[in-house]
Design a protein around this ligand. Structure first.
Ligand SMILES: Cc1cc2nc3c(=O)[nH]c(=O)nc-3n(C[C@H](O)[C@H](O)[C@H](O)COP(=O)(O)OP(=O)(O)OC[C@H]3O[C@@H](n4cnc5c(N)ncnc54)[C@H](O)[C@@H]3O)c2cc1C
Length: 390
C-alpha cells in the first residue's frame, strides 16, 4: 500500500492530523495498534483548557479553543464540547497565593481569567462546591468535551475524505531509504510513504530510538473514577491549586474525576472489548479512596454518587512538561507529535493543523520552536513539576 503520509497513533493528535491532511487532499493512512482513543485520548478527563498553561503552550491552547467552538459542525459529528468554564480552587490559606499569582500572570499574558475572591463568589458561580473552598480562578472560555466521541468524529470525517484507517495493526519500524523516510513496516505488512507522523503517545520512542531519537519520558499514572448519572449540578471543570485532583460532570450527568500524578505500578493489560483488543491499567484501592476523599471534599455531590466505572491512565511526561511537535528531523519526512504531558487533549485540533502544515512542508503560523525534540540534549536529568488541572 502507498500513501502520502502514514500516521502512527489514532489518539486525538493522530486522528486530528489525519483529518486535516485528508482535507488538504493528501492520501493518508492512519494506523493504530488498538483503535481510536484506546490510550490517553480515551482515558483522559478531557478538559479543554487555556488557563494554567505554560506561556509556550498558551497560543496553541487559544487557537485550539477557537477551533473547538465549531468542531462538531466542521466534522459533521459529535464532540460533546461544552464551554462551561474552568475553576481552579484554593482550599487552604497556602493555596491562596498560588491562585492569585496564576491569575496575575495569565491576565498579563492576555487570557480572560478572573479571581473569585471569596467562598460566596465561588459558590455563586458553582453552587455545587463546598464551603471549604476559599477562592478560585475562573476562566469562562475553558470547557470540556467527550473524548472518545471526539476522536471517533475526527476518524469518521477523515475516512469520508478518503483516509484509510488500519486498526489493530502495530507499526514496528519506520523505513528509511537514502536519508528519507520510505514508509512503515507493520505487523501486517509494508506501507510506503515519504512522510510518517509518530503520534504514538507513551510508545513513540519504540519507533524513534532506531532512528537515533528519544524523547526522555517519565510515565506516571492517573486514577480516574466515573459515577453513575446524577442530576446536573456542575457546569465547570474543577482543578485545585496543587493538582491533587480534578473533575467535571459529563453532559450525561456522570462525574468524571481524576487523581494527581501517581507512580505507575507498571501493569498494562490487554483485554478484548466490543471494539477489539484494548489496553487497560488498573488503579489501586488506596488511590481510588483518595480521589473520592479529595474531590468529595470540594464537590460533596460526587462523594454521594455511586461509582460506575474506574480505570487508570498513563501520561507521556517530558522533562519540561511540554510536548514534542517537530518536523525538522533527519531522516527527512519524519514528524513527531508526542509527549503532551497530560494536557494534549485540548490541543488536539490545533496539533492536527500544525502537523498538516509540517507534512506539506509549510511554515505553521503558530510558535512551535519550544517543542523541538533536540531541546532535551540538556534536560535529560531534570523534571519540571507537572500537573493535571483538567
Ligand atoms: C487521566 C488523564 C487525564 C487527562 N486530562 C486532560 C485534560 O483534562 N485536558 C487535556 O488537554 N489533556 C488531558 N490529558 C492528556 C491528554 O489526554 C493526552 O495528552 C492526549 O490524549 C494525548 O493524545 P495523543 O493522541 O498524543 O496520544 P494517545 O491518545 O496516547 O494516542 C497514541 C496512540 O498511538 C497508538 N500506538 C502506540 N504505538 C503504536 C504503534 N507502534 N503502532 C500503532 N499504534 C500505536 C496507541 O494505541 C494510541 O491509540 C489527560 C490524560 C490522562 C491519562
Amino acid at each position: 500500500m502507498n500513501a502520502d503520509v502514514v500516521i502512527v497513533g489514532s489518539g486525538i493528535s493522530g486522528a486530528a492530523s489525519a483529518y486535516e491532511l485528508a482535507k488538504a487532499g493528501l492520501k493518508v493512512v492512519l494506523v493504530d495498534r488498538f483503535g481510536p482513543a484506546a490510550m490517553a485520548s480515551g482515558w483522559t478527563l478531557a478538559g479543554v483548557r487555556q488557563s494554567g498553561r505554560h506561556p509556550a503552550e498558551l497560543p496553541l491552547a487559544k487557537a485550539a479553543v477557537e477551533i473547538w467552538a465549531t468542531l462538531a459542525e466542521d466534522l459533521d459529528g459529535e464532540t460533546g464540547y461544552r464551554r462551561g468554564g474552568n475553576l481552579r480552587l484554593a482550599r487552604t490559606p497556602e493555596e491562596v497565593p498560588v491562585i492569585e499569582t496564576l491569575v496575575k500572570e495569565q491576565r498579563a499574558a492576555g487570557l480572560d481569567l478572573t479571581i473569585l475572591p471569596t467562598t460566596a463568589d465561588v459558590r455563586a458561580v458553582a453552587p455545587a462546591l463546598s464551603e471549604t473552598v476559599l477562592l478560585a480562578s475562573h476562566c469562562p472560555s475553558d470547557g470540556s468535551a467527550d473524548p472518545a466521541t471526539t476522536v471517533q468524529s475526527f476518524v469518521r470525517a477523515a475516512e469520508r475524505l478518503g483516509a484509510v484507517t488500519r486498526f489493530g495493526e502495530r507499526a514496528q519500524r519506520i523505513l528509511v531509504e537514502n536519508g528519507r523516510v520510505a514508509g512503515v513496516e507493520t505487523d501486517k505488512g509494508r506501507i510506503s510513504s515519504a512522510r510518517v507522523v509518530v503520534a504514538a503517545g507513551i510508545f513513540g520512542n519504540e519507533l524513534l530510538k532506531p532512528l537515533g531519537y528519544e524523547v526522555p519520558l517519565q510515565v506516571p499514572m492517573v486514577t480516574v473514577l466515573r459515577s453513575a448519572p446524577v442530576d446536573p449540578v456542575l457546569e465547570q471543570v474543577i482543578g485545585v491549586a496543587n493538582a491533587d485532583c480534578a473533575g467535571r460532570q459529563e453532559n450525561n450527568g456522570r462525574f468524571r474525576v481524576t487523581s494527581g500524578l501517581q507512580d505507575w505500578h507498571g501493569g498494562l493489560r490487554e483485554r478484548q472489548s466490543e471494539n477489539g483488543l484494548r489496553p487497560s491499567v488498573l488503579p489501586t484501592g488506596a488511590s481510588m479512596a483518595e480521589v473520592v476523599r479529595l474531590f468529595g471534599e470540594v464537590v460533596p455531590a460526587f462523594a454521594e454518587a455511586q461509582i460506575e466505572d474506574y480505570w487508570a491512565g498513563l501520561i507521556d511526561l517530558t522533562p519540561d512538561a511540554l510536548p514534542v511537535i517537530d518536523g525538522t528531523l533527519d531522516p527527512e519526512g519524519l514528524i513527531v507529535a508526542m509527549g503532551f504531558s497530560g494536557h494534549g487533549f485540548c490541543l488536539g485540533p490545533i496539533t492536527g493543523r500544525i502537523i498538516s502544515d509540517l507534512a506539506q512542508d509549510r511554515q505553521t503560523d503558530l510558535p512551535i520552536q519550544p517543542f523541538g525534540i533536540r531541546r532535551f540534549a540538556g534536560l535529560r536529568n531534570s523534571q519540571e513539576p507537572a500537573t493535571l488541572h483538567g
